[in-house]
Every structure is written in structure tokens, then in C-alpha cells.
Design a protein around this ligand. Structure first.
Ligand code: 13P
Ligand code: SF4
Length: 434
């Protein structure tokens, strides 16, 4: 990583929060999710809090931080591997060994067996998954502990246990004549480790945005219905594709009695959808797609399946971050792409593929504000701490939780998803980031 242009991608013409117009963002000084698309989401009391970063990192100019990160990386060599999610800012991706989606990155560490430390520049649930899959002796570090995922935080173990008990009251606990359980729990990768463990213990499974259909089919072979958490939109979009109707998909709202349902509304349920959503992806609209089609006849519209169902229906394609990236990188003819996902990823695709016209569907779209909490100051801090022999901000999943969560993850792998979706292949990062 020798030649790095630290120019930050131009801020969108107007942003959802005026603070976003200047980049890089300030260090987060107050607990919460900070400015951005999830500014109005509430950080649960259990969300990890980041202590104040030492002044030397808060006050250092960007080029000094860059040089210090490079120096620490050189000193640590293969003892450390740095992972960057597609949604990270470019100043962080510039230092990553691998760029990928959440599951690819969790697997990436396994390709670097000498690495004692895995620095995960993503969000909390991703670091937990990496810890579950890490080899003994490897520590996983999240540079800013406040980098959570507001959607993952919309389901917690107590609320899910409570929902489960209510559903068992309604449906009973006995399998039907075909041996299918009353309910199979399915959790999206964007969830805490204890929810993955819950699925492991209760005959359930994990899914990603690329294999959700395969996983739902797996669940229906073993169960009469599914409890899907935390993302209602991924659950709805996937179930719809399998021919399940809206009426068969009641919503479960935590903190309401019976999730806001009655035994009657639950009677014909096939997929019970948790009331969770991604604040970044729920901003995309059908009107934006109509405008893109009017402005660019022939435009190829691709959205992430965390978008609401009408948006997915109006798009040409829906797919995971890895899917979207592949669609762009494999397009052989100059193409106009209108993309419905996080702005850092869209801007990077646009910079890397000047032969195409690539823009974000939402002209005022915000970055994922929690992902954005990984500022270069935090990366410099955790790496220089490693040089001094200190592991700071380690994310550790207790052994019993990790064992159960691994069961649910292994079921996902055994469900034989499409090869490209959960492939452990990750992309080494190019040496120059524009
Ligand atoms: P991936 O699993 O595709 O990395 O997406 C994670 C995410 O948070 C999407 O909003
Ligand atoms: Fe979570 Fe949405 Fe950010 Fe993805 S984009 S990490 S789902 S808040």
C-alpha cells in the first residue's frame, strides 16, 4: 500500500444531515449512533460504548494518521490483518488487506493463519462473527466499539426469547405428522451472536442477503413456519419470491403483547417478520426509480434486499453488496447503473469504473453512520496499541454462545447456498484508492 490518494469522495450535493457535508466526520463525542441515516435510531442500553480516544489521535491531521497507520502496519507485518467492509470510507479501505461483505470478511481471517490480531473495520455483529470463526489465539478488534448496526440492535435476546415463548403458546411445541417443527427461527447475519446462538439451540439457522431464499427453503423443509429477525424487509422480499402472501406474513413488534398479534392473525402465518429495518436502505423509494428511468432510459436499477418490497419490485435486480459489486465489475458494455445501497460503496464503484455511469438512487442518501464511526484515528490507536503489545477493543463471544452460534452458521453453509453468495473468497484491496 504505497501510493494512496487520501482525497475524500465529494459529499453529496445535499445530505440528510448538514453535518455530513464536510468530511471526514468529527470523532463521535457522545454515545448514540451519531449523525447520518440512523441518527434517529436509538442505541439500546446494552450497546457497547466507546471511551474517549486519546487526544493525540483526535487532534492528529489526516496525513499524520495515515503515516502512523502505515508505520504500525509495517512493524506488525503478518501478525495483523485489517478487514474493510464495502461500506467503509475510503480513508479506511486504503489500509485494508481485504475488502468484502460481512461474511466474506469473517472468513478472510482464516486465510491469514499467522495473524494474531484481526482488525475488523466494519460493525459490531461482523466482529462477533469473525471471533466465532477465528482460530484459537486470534483476537478480533473493532476500532470503535460504538460502531454497531442499528438494525441488528432492533432485536435482542430477551425480546426474541419472549416472542418465542408466546409463539410456543400459540402453536405448541410438537412437530406435525411430517415431522416439521411448529416454528423455525431464522436470523439475518446482521444480528448479535446470542441471537445466532438462539437459532443454533432451537433448530434454526443464519442467512445472509445472498442466500436468504435457500435458507428459507431449508427452514420450510423442517418447519411449518418461520420467525425471521431482525430485518422485516429481507424477510418479506425473500418470502414474496417464494410465493408467500402479505396476509401470511404478520409483523412481530417487540414490546407489544403477542407482538401486536392475536391467535387469529397468527393462524395462517408462514413467516412472522420482526419489526426491524435498516435506516439506510429504507430511504430508497419507487419515485427515485421512476426518476432514474425517466432521466436515463435503459438504466439498470439494482437495489439491496434490505429495501422495502415496492422498491425491490420496481428495480431490475436485487442483491447483496457482493452481488451489486459483481454486477458492475462483470458488465462488459458501458452501462448506466442506478444503485440502491450505501453511498461509500456506490461512490467507490463509480470511481473504479469510469466506463460506466454509476449513481446512487437517492441523491441525498446518507452513509451508514455506524460504519462511519471507524475513523482513521481509531485505526491508528488500535494498531499502535498492538505494536506496544496491548490489545484494545477486543470483541469476544463467550465460548458457549460461540458454540451454539457456530451450529446455526454451519447449517447455513450446509444448506448449499449459491457459490458466489457465501464464498469465503475476498478481494485483496488495490494499492491505490481513488
Ligand atoms: P453484507 O452482508 O452484504 O455485507 O451487508 C451487510 C449490511 O449491513 C447491509 O446493509
Ligand atoms: Fe446496519 Fe443498515 Fe448499516 Fe448495514 S447499512 S450495517 S444494516 S445500519
Amino acid at each position: 500500500m504505497t501510493s494512496v490518494n487520501l482525497t475524500i469522495a465529494a459529499a453529496p450535493e445535499s445530505a440528510c444531515d448538514p453535518d455530513l457535508a464536510t468530511a471526514p466526520w468529527d470523532f463521535d463525542q457522545v454515545p448514540g449512533y451519531g449523525p447520518g441515516a440512523s441518527a434517529n435510531d436509538v442505541a439500546p442500553p446494552s450497546a457497547p460504548r466507546q471511551g474517549t480516544l486519546p487526544a493525540e489521535y483526535r487532534e492528529a491531521p489526516e496525513d499524520e494518521l495515515h503515516a502512523r497507520i502505515e508505520a504500525a502496519r509495517a512493524e506488525l507485518g503478518s501478525r495483523v490483518v485489517v478487514l474493510g467492509h464495502y461500506y467503509q470510507r475510503d480513508e479506511i479501505v486504503a489500509h485494508a488487506d481485504f475488502l468484502g461483505d460481512s461474511f466474506q470478511l469473517a472468513n478472510a481471517a482464516q486465510t491469514v493463519p499467522d495473524a494474531e490480531a484481526i482488525v475488523f473495520c466494519g460493525v459490531h455483529f461482523m466482529a462477533e462473527t469473525a471471533d466465532i470463526l477465528a482460530k484459537p489465539g486470534q483476537s478480533v478488534i473493532l476500532p470503535n466499539l460504538a460502531a454497531g448496526c442499528s438494525m441488528a440492535d432492533m432485536a435482542d435476546i430477551d425480546s426474541v426469547e419472549e416472542a418465542w415463548a408466546s409463539l410456543m403458546d400459540v402453536y405448541g411445541t410438537e412437530p406435525d405428522a411430517d415431522g416439521r417443527q411448529p416454528v423455525i427461527p431464522v436470523t439475518y447475519m446482521n444480528s448479535a451472536a446470542d441471537l445466532k446462538a438462539f437459532c443454533g439451540r432451537n433448530g434454526g439457522i443464519v442467512c445472509t442477503s445472498s442466500n436468504a431464499e435457500t435458507v428459507l427453503k431449508w427452514a420450510f423443509e423442517r418447519g411449518q413456519r418461520v420467525l425471521f429477525f431482525p430485518d422485516q424487509h429481507l424477510g418479506r422480499n425473500t418470502a414474496k419470491a417464494l410465493g408467500i402472501t402479505e396476509e401470511q406474513m404478520p409483523m412481530w413488534s417487540p414490546f407489544q403483547r403477542m407482538g401486536g398479534n392475536t391467535p387469529e392473525t397468527l393462524a395462517d402465518a408462514r413467516v412472522i417478520l420482526w419489526h426491524g429495518f435498516c435506516s439506510v436502505h429504507k430511504r430508497f423509494t419507487v419515485d427515485q426509480i421512476a426518476k432514474a428511468r425517466a432521466d436515463y432510459p435503459g438504466v439498470r436499477v439494482i437495489v439491496h434486499p434490505e429495501c422495502p418490497a415496492p422498491v425491490v419490485d420496481a428495480a431490475d435486480e436485487a442483491g447483496s453488496t457482493a452481488y451489486i459489486r459483481r454486477a458492475v465489475t462483470t458488465a462488459t458494455e458501458p452501462t448506466v447503473f442506478a444503485i440502491g445501497t450505501e453511498i461509500n460503496m456506490v461512490n467507490r464503484l463509480a470511481n473504479e469504473h469510469p466506463q460506466h455511469t454509476i449513481f446512487c438512487l437517492d441523491p441525498t442518501v446518507c452513509p451508514c453512520s455506524t460504519m462511519y464511526r471507524i475513523h482513521p484515528g481509531y485505526l491508528a490507536w488500535v494498531l499502535e496499541s498492538l505494536v506496544k503489545g496491548e490489545v484494545v477493543n477486543q470483541v469476544t463471544v463467550p465460548d458457549d454462545v460461540a458454540a451454539d452460534a457456530k451450529v446455526a452458521l454451519e447449517r447455513m453453509l450446509a444448506a448449499k447456498p449459491p457459490a458466489a453468495s457465501t464464498s469465503p473468497v475476498v478481494e485483496p484491496v488495490a494499492t491505490t484508492v481513488a
